[in-house]
Design a protein around this ligand. Structure first.
Ligand code: NAD
Length: 475
């Protein structure tokens, strides 16, 4: 049992002022694996005060000092690799291979990248006798979800530290243990006290407390659209800057000149990875009508290569969903797809054979999907693919953009001109061509209802900065 009943405030592990706790469940076994404190408004106030007190000196540290700090953090993070991998597998249910190759590496990538970005980052610019300065924004409140416990925390924290902002973090109550390890990493790396503060608890109390706190200057949130809206409303009352990373319903456009077997593998991987709990998941697969049969056969053939199973088993590609709530939500969407007339060609409702315990779901593929159907319009956050056909490339682009979201888009094809046309026509913040790997320097964020602002790399650092003009500066 991991009982972490303390918050990390002003460089110390401190008791909560309240006595309520929250159970943390391993979604593969449905067993309680530990507890955290259900933080209070008083806990949050203490954390904000610590961050506020640390701000004047941390914001004045030099770029070189912060580069060294970020690299020390990355070094300490590397020392905790085994712990991080195991923790993510236990609290999220991500298979060990994914915990290591994706979750662990993404966290590390953001700290290293922020250090690298700082080397060439210019905090001042002179135009005649005007000097433009970029200054740390103040105290940042960070609210993160459960689907990438190290990636989403690390991208925000690395950017904040690079900019010289101090922070209060509230990680998801479903996956809080990875953030506890991060706090230990920062302690070991010698982060000055008060720069990082961790308050565990619910969205209702700590989350709402952050978005409405008068002493927090900026809120960076990743999670659902409904909560993003609430945060914006709360933040408006104190005119706080807000960055939102919300959901998506991203299209993958498969061009007719691409090998269908390769396309099927890319399509499946981009739907089932992390059990489909990915905001950039390519859940709408757009396929030329003439290639439909060939593609479906390729999907059926490739699907067994993505087995669902015990996350402790390195051969499992998918583990369970994070919670019973997510399990029920995904079941409802699968039922809805059947009800609305889509054709089920793989998966379906219920648990996969032999996996009665744990929130496991079957990787599910629907064909004959109309883009107006609920399963093509709403974010399911489970391993459910909707295959939609198109007649020509203009129709494909029209379908791709017929969504309230705009987080990501994918295209696979051989003809460079058509690939370029698709990449420039999809209204989304990140387009991935032919299954390319992640680039930590590339900005990440959404158009439309997928969010406001950008994370990752240089653009991520900019979010934590204010811009000041000093006009008439004596030379
Ligand atoms: P959520 O938005 O409810 O929770 C995300 C974080 O916000 C958690 O830390 C939570 O405690 C906190 N929170 C909840 N209510 C809050 C409030 N009123 N004020 C401030 N913070 C609050 O997301 P969830 O329940 O974890 O997942 C629900 C859905 O959100 C998913 O099914 C998925 O569609 C979406 N989601 C998207 C992403 C993404 O990366 N875009 C990530 C996770 C979840």
């Amino acid at each position: 049992m991991r009982n972490y009943l303390k918050h990390f405030i002003n460089g110390e592990w401190v008791e909560s002022t309240g006595s309520k706790t929250i159970d943390v469940i391993n979604p593969a076994t449905e067993e309680v694996i530990g507890q955290i404190s259900d933080g209070t408004k008083e806990d949050l106030d203490k954390a904000v005060a610590a961050a506020r007190a640390a701000f004047p000196s941390f914001s004045q540290t030099t770029k070189e000092e912060r580069i060294q700090l970020l690299n020390r953090i990355a070094d300490e993070y590397e020392k905790r690799k085994d712990d991080i991998v195991e923790t993510i597998t236990q609290e999220l249910g991500a298979p060990l291979t994914a915990s290591e190759k994706s979750h662990y590496n993404m966290g590390l990538g953001h700290f290293r990248q922020a250090a690298k970005e700082l080397e060439s980052f210019e905090f001042t610019e002179t135009r005649g006798n005007t000097v433009i300065r970029k200054e740390a924004i103040g105290v940042s409140g960070l609210i993160t979800p459960w689907n990438f416990p190290t990636n989403q925390t690390a991208t925000k924290l690395a950017s904040a530290f690079a900019a010289g902002s101090t922070v209060v973090l509230k990680p998801s109550e479903l996956t809080p243990f990875a953030a506890i390890i991060l706090a230990e990493v920062f302690e070991a790396a010698g982060l000055p006290k008060g720069v990082f503060n961790l308050v565990n608890g619910s969205g209702e109390v700590v989350g709402n407390g952050i978005s409405s706190h008068p002493d927090i200057d900026f809120v960076s949130f990743t999670g659902s659209g409904a909560v993003g809206q609430k945060i914006s409303e709360n933040a408006a009352k104190t005119i706080k800057k807000v960055a939102l990373e919300l959901g998506g319903k991203s299209p993958l456009i498969i061009l007719d000149d691409f090998d269908m077997k390769k396309a099927a593998k890319i399509a499946i991987a981009n739907v089932v990875f992390n059990s489909g709990q990915v905001c950039t998941a390519a859940t709408r697969t757009l396929i030329p009508k003439s290639k439909q049969e060939e593609f479906i056969e390729a999907v059926k053939e490739a699907l067994p290569n993505f087995p669902v199973g015990d996350p402790q088993d390195k051969k499992s590609f998918l583990g369970p969903l994070v919670s019973e709530k997510q399990y029920n939500r995904v079941q409802e969407y699968i039922e809805k797809g059947i009800e609305e007339g889509a054709t089920l060609i793989a998966g379906g409702t219920g648990k996969p054979e032999g996996l009665d315990k744990g929130y496991f779901v079957k990787p599910t593929v629907f064909t004959d999907v109309d883009n107006k159907m609920t399963i093509a319009q709403e974010e399911i956050f489970g391993p459910v693919m909707s295959v939609i056909t198109y007649d020509d490339i203009d129709e494909a682009i029209e379908i791709a953009n017929d969504t309230v979201f705009g987080l990501a888009g994918y295209v696979v094809g051989e003809d460079d001109e058509t690939v370029t046309k698709v990449a420039s026509s999809i209204r989304a913040g990140r387009i991935v061509v032919n299954g390319a790997r992640a680039d930590f320097s590339a900005p990440f964020g959404g158009y439309k209802q997928s969010g406001i602002g950008r994370e990752w790399g240089e653009y991520g650092i900019e979010e934590y900065l204010e811009v000041k003009s000093v006009v008439g500066m004596p030379s």
